[in-house]
Design a protein around this ligand. Structure first.
Ligand code: COA
Length: 158
């Protein structure tokens, strides 16, 4: 699919409704990865947290949530609504996250992801390397557990 023109803007707690809608559209409830609104609002109030919203054709298409503190950063959430997938929105968010973490003086970016999540393709393409595993970290709606893998990207090397 052709790459689409993506506009990125920084968000805040006033965008919680938009984030909720994107989260509901993007995350399959089977896997228990989506956050509740109160989890999002709690994290947005913490220092070093950045919400980035991706807009395509005036519509919210995706978002990222990161935290950078004491030289280390973590990608907490990255989501693109299904109609906008495979058009470069996730990559645009990822590139902005990496640039923003550098601006915040982070030297490493961590993330954790369900072991069989398609997001891994994007993370590996960005240069993330696997550093660990957490058995049964995610619990799906039906109680089934899914392993998480942890990845890191050294920000000085990309
Ligand atoms: C992961 C996710 C954010 C990717 O968003 P996206 O906008 O579709 O990603 P992009 O179009 O920018 O893809 C960039 C590259 O990543 C890789 N990629 C992304 N999705 C892929 C998939 N489903 N299968 C294979 N490769 C994929 C490809 O290399 C792609 O480049 P290409 O399309 O030129 O081949 C999106 O699928 C999503 O929201 N998933 C559900 C939420 C989630 O699980 N988030 C991650 C955990 S927080």
């Amino acid at each position: 699919m052709a790459t689409r023109l993506v506009t990125l803007r920084q968000g805040d707690a006033r965008d919680a409704g938009t984030v909720d809608a994107l989260m509901a559209a993007a995350f399959d409830p089977r896997f228990g990865e989506a956050w509740t609104r109160s989890q999002c609002l709690g994290v947005l109030a913490m220092p070093g947290v950045r919400l980035l919203l991706a807009i395509v054709d005036d519509e919210p298409a995706g978002f990222s949530l990161t935290r950078a503190i004491a030289g280390e950063a973590e990608l907490l959430l990255l989501a693109v609504a299904p109609p906008f997938r495979r058009t470069g929105v996730g990559r645009a968010l990822m590139e902005a996250v990496v640039a923003d973490c550098r601006i915040q003086d982070a030297t490493i970016l961590h993330l954790e992801v369900r072991a069989d999540n398609d997001a891994l393709y994007l993370y590996r393409a960005t240069g993330f390397a696997k550093v660990g595993e957490r058995r049964g970290y995610y619990r799906g709606r039906d109680g089934r557990q899914y392993d998480a893998h942890t990845y890191s990207l050294a920000l000085g090397s990309t």
